[in-house]
Design a protein around this ligand. Structure first.
Ligand code: ATP
Ligand code: MG
Length: 240
């Protein structure tokens, strides 16, 4: 069953076609990899999927509803949540309180929010720092906290924008394990990442973008080994 799809999704910034006629679809229960060189339009796609940016043209369908003009809050309440490339947590309250605030925002009763928060702190290895201000955590710990905030009420689909970037390998494995376990329980994801070994391991299917367009899609390994994708990466001027 298709859970999320786009039809002709497009966004221009001045003269730049950041996203150009993009059609992608995500099946319930899969981890779809969204890859492509720097500046290829991946974050802009996630911004439009999650309501942070209005498309110039095209549609977003989520669970058979046209959600193109809905706000991030409306989408979150329908179960579509995204994590940011630049981590967003509340720096001046504790790790635990960040999770409880996320729980309240999602309408969880206090008791349930408390239970979920302590389970997530444990799973994400954040229990020892639960009373520290989120602003004092390391970049990797903040990222783990953002995972927890996203999953305090498990979403129907989670959009992850480069969760592994600049994160210590031990924490990267904590995140990958978290994603693997949720996937085994049926959780759907879109994963944007430049970490190809992890993309190959976690994603059954991948879509590759270049210059705002989809240039390949299919089984992850086939996509990454295809000529247009190799050419796009070799032709890009920057590396992540
Ligand atoms: N708010 C904006 N204003 C102007 N141009 C933008 C804006 N956001 C993105 N762009 C441009 O749109 C294009 C796509 O950017 P986007 O951030 O979506 O790429 P990306 O694939 O996520 O790249 P990266 O892998 O580096 O994160 C780039 O050329 C970028 O400079
Ligand atoms: Mg990006």
């Amino acid at each position: 069953m298709t859970l999320l799809k786009t039809l002709g999704l497009s966004k221009h910034f001045g003269g730049v076609a950041a996203v150009d006629q993009v059609d992608i679809s995500v099946k319930a229960g899969e981890i779809l990899g969204l890859v492509g060189p720097n500046g290829s339009g991946k974050t802009t796609v996630l911004n439009m999927l999650s309501g942070f940016l209005a498309p110039d043209a095209g549609e977003v369908w989520f669970a058979d509803e046209n959600v193109t003009r809905l706000s991030p809050v409306q989408l979150a309440h329908r179960g579509l949540l995204r994590m940011f490339q630049m981590t967003r947590v509340f720096p001046r309250i504790s790790c635990l309180d960040n999770l409880l605030v996320a729980g309240m925002a999602m309408g969880l009763p206090e008791k349930e929010a408390n239970g979920q928060a302590s389970a997530l702190l444990e799973e994400l290895t954040l229990t020892p720092v639960q009373y520290l201000d989120a602003g004092s955590l390391s970049g990797g710990q903040r990222k783990l906290l953002e995972f927890g905030m996203c999953f305090i009420k498990p979403p129907r689909i989670a959009l992850l924008d480069e969760p592994f970037a600049a994160v210590h390998p031990v924490m990267r494995e904590t995140m990958a394990g978290f994603i693997r376990r949720r996937h085994a329980q049926g959780q759907t994801f879109i994963l944007v990442s430049h970490d190809m070994p992890i993309v190959v391991e976690l994603c059954q299917r991948a879509v590759c973008m270049n210059l705002g367009r989809v240039i390949a899609e299919g089984p992850t390994r086939t996509v990454l080994e295809s000529a247009p994708v190799i050419e796009a990466y070799l032709g890009s001027t920057s590396h992540a």
